[in-house]
Write a protein that binds this ligand. Structure first.
Ligand code: SF4
Length: 322
């Protein structure tokens, strides 16, 4: 089992931390409950920070004079300037953050899909981000940012966790200013990168391979391409290619029944009848049995703490398709 550092995650305070919603309640999230031991959570409630009480009249985004405004229902008080200034100052003061988890569809914290209303109270046929979330997205384009509701989906959850822990590990490599550490980082992540994006993985390999003394330039270019690689989650077919690639290292030493068992588990994964953990566990057991050192070190098998790999929602709806 690997040792993982604790990432610093900024979270909307109403998710599992405080009863600070407009109605005095908080939001329940299994993901946040399960990660409390693994993340350093830093909470923020933009609406309370700008001086609004709990409970309070709810707020909304209004479309007025060709602009979006942050207004309170019933009172129609306008808090646009206040939330803009708070968001900007708060995010300016953040120096070490590894990710954000923000409240779904909130006019302050919603990452996307937030309704916009006309003065007559009707919603328009367009959606946007909350005021605080908009500033987060602008200032941290490469840091993992997720909506708490989407984290109920296994694929999104695994992608978020993989990105958080890979970029946290990369931070140490970056500040080490050591080409040896960069080569080690790249080598242990090769299969993970292959699953994410084969083309980007090759670009990263070429960057490391063509090192010529200027580490600062090299690491900037590597980071840019690493962010591109991690911008989308791996496809099922890419994972299957990587699993087959790993299988190639051990298959000659396996019995006919073992090979059939593996191929069957891959088919079940392809057809969404089983999660990826089954073929991975089979491969891991053979890697240990045949002592394949290169594969033992690959992050692909455990890109984030194993205890966070929860498969209970495997058959829930896929938010990526929405
Ligand atoms: S969504 Fe954001 S602003 Fe609203 S209660 Fe939660 S933390 Fe506060």
């Amino acid at each position: 089992m690997k040792n993982f550092k604790k990432p610093n995650i900024i979270i909307s305070r109403c998710i599992e931390h405080d009863n600070c919603r407009y109605d005095g309640h908080k939001i329940s999230s299994d993901f946040v409950k399960n990660t409390k031991k693994y993340f350093n959570y830093i909470t923020v409630c933009p609406e309370v920070e700008i001086g609004l009480p709990i409970p309070r009249n709810s707020l909304k985004i209004a479309f007025k004079n060709n602009n979006y405004e942050f207004v309170q229902n019933n009172t129609y008080n306008n808090y646009t300037e206040k939330i803009r200034i708070f968001s900007s100052n708060f995010l300016e003061s953040i120096t070490n953050v590894d990710g954000f988890i923000l409240k779904n569809k909130s006019p302050s914290c919603g990452v996307k899909g937030v309704k916009i209303y006309l003065e007559n109270g009707n919603p328009i046929n367009q959606k946007t981000e909350g005021f605080f979330a908009k500033e987060v997205l602008k200032r941290f384009p490469n840091i993992p940012i997720e909506d708490e509701a989407r984290l109920r989906n296994k694929r999104i959850k695994d992608h978020f966790l993989t990105k958080v822990y890979t970029l946290l590990d990369f931070k140490d490599t970056k500040y080490s200013k050591s080409i040896k550490e960069l080569i080690e980082f790249h080598t242990k992540n090769k299969l993970l990168f292959m699953a994410y994006n084969q083309k980007q993985k090759d670009i990263l390999g070429n960057i490391v391979g063509n090192y010529s003394k200027n580490f600062d330039n090299l690491i900037k270019y590597y980071e840019l391409n690493l962010n591109l690689l991690l911008s989308r989650p791996p496809l099922t077919e890419s994972n299957i290619n990587v699993l087959m690639h790993i299988f190639g290292y051990v298959s000659r030493k396996l019995s006919k029944e073992e090979k059939e068992l593996f191929i069957e588990s891959l088919e079940r994964y392809r057809n969404e009848l089983e999660c990826i953990n089954i073929p991975i566990i089979l491969l891991k057991s053979w890697i240990i049995r045949f002592d394949v050192d290169y594969l033992k070190k690959q992050t692909y098998f455990e890109p984030f703490p194993m205890e966070l790999s929860d498969n209970s929602d495997l058959f829930k709806r896929d938010y990526w398709k929405e």
